[in-house]
Design a binder for this molecule. Sequence first.
Ligand SMILES: [Zn+2]
Ligand SMILES: [Zn+2]
Length: 311
Amino acid sequence: MQTIRMHPVDLTSTPTTSSTSEDGSAPFVLVLGTTQDGGHPQIGCKLECCHGHGQQDRQLIASLAIVDPRSGERWLVDASPDLPEQLRDLEDCCPRSQEQATLDGIFLTHAHIGHYTGLMYLGREALGSRGTPVWAMPDMRRFLRENGPWSQLVDLQNIHLMALDDGEVVQLNDRLSLQPFLVPHRAEFSETVGFLIRGPARAVAWLPDIDQWGRWSRPVEELVQEVDLALLDGTFYRRDELERDMNEVPHPLIVESMDRLAALPDQVRAGVRFIHFNHTNPALREDSEATQAIRARGFGLARRGDRFSLC
Ligand SMILES: [Zn+2]
Ligand SMILES: [Zn+2]
């Protein structure tokens, strides 16, 4: 098993850093995976990006945990098909006894395979969870309720569907909250949201999927300035990356996002970390020119095991 790195985010230039983040009881988010829905290496890919990569170099699909060490509570943001391995990472980071529920809840962004199919492991074939709260938007809830095998999780009460509404804050406990916001993204089965996660002193944005910044009613500049860490859609690095028509799977390119956000202050750009990398994205590799270029322009990349204090 790959050893995950547990280091505080390097936001030393950010004035919101406070000493309480060091005391061990500070709530935090933990990056559990960073790739687009198909993972890396990707099925059927014979190109250089995946060729020769085996299980040992596998990178996990984008997902985030929210942890409050004081209460011992743990929530998941998106349920990826890599859920079993990701729960092991979470367990290594903040163990729980066998008697305790595995999770205090799961927040889903949308019905694309990388973001909800991990729910299958909550059923009787695997974990057999009891009443795990799963928060989702109206279309997403309907999708789970009305389609097997997900409907069985609802019927057997492995999961308990909880309502999310655009802009409505969900209070996780007395010091953590989460707020969904709708974004434009291919809506075959459900709407798509991003999340604002707020702790005692810091806030994090989770936005792994959006069609284009220009199609969104809200300027992304506003979002990244509102939070201390923005985990943003970095699916593709640049335009020529896919052999098929990239208009079928629209995403803001990392190079475009960097141009758009280039004029923001250093400390704001340092809080922007790209995530949700397609298997073709050179930013997956630490030694690539793309990764170096992203860092040189003052932006960051999310990596499995990254941990960000919310104090
Ligand atoms: Zn996705
Ligand atoms: Zn998607």
